[in-house]
Write a protein of this length. Structure first.
Length: 173
């Protein structure tokens, strides 16, 4: 009976260890997916358009905050409110991307692979910070405590907000 007890304890420890490792990985899955999408965008479309995309996040946010008709967006149910707010932001950021891509961004910018990955991470952090503080995402989805610790405090919003700009300042040549 002693070995059965020890085996069940060992099984419980192994199971809880695997579950906690999976839980930790799934906590950051949303970040990894966003980083992957942004990195693949930069890889396939180019570094210049990637910089234009990062800058369009800022212009889209600025336009979203001063958009005079946000009071006409639906406020309930939570899923509809989130979809409407995200669609408006995506349209405004998309228009900004088209303008920035045509007018400002050069294709002669060099950013290494590590720099692209870091900028993709900063861009993903920027988008998650927007989701936490601007869009009603938390009404629809409960994030894990690990993600909450990184993005929920209002004091961190500024740092996630400027991270892509600081990254571009130091990494783009």
């Amino acid at each position: 009976m002693g070995t059965e007890s020890q085996l069940s304890e060992l099984n419980a420890i192994a199971t809880s260890g695997v579950l906690s490792a999976w839980g930790a990985a799934s906590d950051f899955l949303i970040i990894l997916v966003l980083v992957g999408v942004l990195f693949l965008f930069a890889w396939y479309v180019g570094r210049g358009p990637f910089i234009g995309l990062l800058m369009s996040f800022y212009v889209g946010y600025a336009l979203y905050t001063v958009f005079p008709y946000t009071s006409y967006l639906p406020s309930s149910p939570a899923g509809t409110a989130l979809a409407a707010a995200l669609a408006l932001y995506a349209v405004l950021a998309g228009i900004a991307y088209l303008v920035l891509r045509r007018a400002v961004v050069s294709d002669f910018v060099y950013i290494g692979l590590f720099g692209m990955a870091l900028l993709a991470f900063f861009g993903a952090g920027f988008l998650l910070a927007l989701a936490y503080h601007v869009f009603p995402v938390r009404e629809l989805y409960t994030f894990t405590p690990a993600i909450d610790a990184l993005f929920a405090p209002k004091e961190y919003f500024f740092w996630w907000f400027i991270a892509p700009l600081v990254g571009l300042f130091f990494l783009a040549r």
